[in-house]
Design a binder for this molecule. Structure first.
Ligand SMILES: Cc1ncc(COP(=O)(O)O)c(C=O)c1O
Length: 385
């Protein structure tokens, strides 16, 4: 029995070719810090870090490589934005499809006097744009929205929400945890003020590293959540005023940045449109294969259409224990999925799968079509057993 990895929404695997080698190369051959040491290898490493910022800035339509902030992860970046921008008395909008990386800081902020406004969604996890437009009013300080649901893969209309936010003077933060590397993203074109992502999902980089890209206005408005040494303006007892230093205290995750740099190099050598088309076809294939069991007690969550969702497809084994089904998929067929509430309890309430949760299958660029056929066979056996 082989092993079939269908948990790319948790973290992608395998990583892009060259990522592990680049990280090992940094640790074994480079090793030094950046922004601290006045010697050649430190300058060369700083140049590579800048190059990675430039690549990210280009890829995501950021205003300037200095506005690309490295963080210890997506959760960390989201906390930086939300807690750096919102103050007691402010009002902020979010959707019930958010991950706990947004929900929990927002509930914490609510406890400190921030008023929350909810953007309504359908039972397929999609934003009701007309009704959302009534919630996004000019008295909001911020609107935060996931680009893609990590539970059902539903795509959110970030471009339209970005336009509304811009018209109404509201800052717009996008959680791109499930879309960066998968869907096109352009901050300038989409009206995004803060774009937050992890390195380790769709970008095919390593864990322990995240990226936050800020428009100039948001960067100026944000208070640093964490402060500390930057290797620059050490005479000051406050954080330096300039980016990225103002928001990037402490030693950077340099092995991680080298790894992400290698992933971005790999991406640049690919036909991205072809990869995007392949991801769409894989998604359509996975939805169609699972939907064949609609009459046999399998409910496929989400929009159920490849253009409206990405390759994150969850199912509810009606009348059965989803955890047991996920366990049997692994034990009997070697299929690795994720079961439960996926750190998004309100998304499950919206989709009608709370508290039982769902079994999530998520594909990556190295998933094969025949792996999906194998999943179909395994699910069929499970349902008939
Ligand atoms: C939509 C969404 N947002 C945020 C996160 C948090 O990412 P990380 O755990 O890498 O910080 C995840 C992780 O699964 C996610 O799916």
């Amino acid at each position: 029995m082989g092993s079939y990895y269908f948990d790319n929404a948790a973290t992608s695997f395998p990583k892009a070719p060259g990522v592990g080698e680049a990280m090992a190369d940094y640790l074994t051959r480079v090793g030094c810090n950046v922004g601290r040491g006045d010697y050649q290898p430190a300058y060369a490493a700083a140049e590579r870090v800048l190059e990675v910022r430039e690549k990210l800035c280009r890829r995501f339509g950021g205003p300037d490589p200095r506005n690309v902030i490295f963080t210890p992860g997506c959760t960390y970046g989201l906390n930086m934005v939300l807690k750096g921008l919102l103050r007691p008395g402010d009002k902020a909008a979010l959707s019930p499809m958010e991950h706990n990386a947004v929900l929990r800081p927002m509930k914490q902020l609510e406890g400190q006097g921030v008023e929350l406004a909810w953007l309504p969604c359908t039972d397929t996890g999609e934003l009701l744009l007309d009704r959302a437009a009534e919630v996004i009013t000019s008295d909001l300080r911020l609107c935060v929205l996931t680009h893609v649901s990590n539970v059902c893969g539903a795509r959110m209309p970030v471009e339209e929400v970005g336009r509304l936010c811009r018209e109404r003077g509201v800052l717009f933060c996008v959680d791109a945890a499930q879309s960066a590397g998968i869907l096109p993203l352009d901050m300038a074109a989409m009206g995004i003020d803060a774009l937050v992502m992890p390195a380790h999902k769709g970008l095919l980089g390593p864990q322990g590293l995240g990226v936050l890209i800020l428009a100039d206005g948001a960067a100026q408005a944000m208070e640093p959540l964490i402060s500390g040494g930057t290797g620059s303006r050490s005479d000051l007892l406050e954080m330096p005023a300039f980016l990225p230093d103002r928001l990037e205290p402490g030693t950077l995750n340099l092995p991680g940045i080298y790894g992400l740099g290698a992933a971005l190099d790999w991406w640049e050598g690919q036909d991205q449109a072809a990869l995007r088309r392949r991801e769409e076809r894989l998604t359509g294939h996975l939805i169609a294969r699972l939907a064949e069991y609609a009459e046999d007690g399998l409910r496929v969550l989400g929009p159920g259409e490849e253009g409206r969702q990405v390759g994150v497809v969850s199912v509810d084994f009606l009348g059965r224990d989803n955890a047991e089904c996920a366990y049997r998929l692994e034990r009997d067929f070697g299929i690795q999925t994720r079961c439960g509430l996926h750190c998004a309890p309100l998304a499950h309430k919206t989709l009608g799968t709370y508290p039982q949760g769902a079994v999530r299958f998520s594909v990556g660029p190295f998933t094969r079509f025949e792996d999906i056929d194998y999943v179909q066979g395994a699910v069929g056996e499970l349902l008939s057993g």
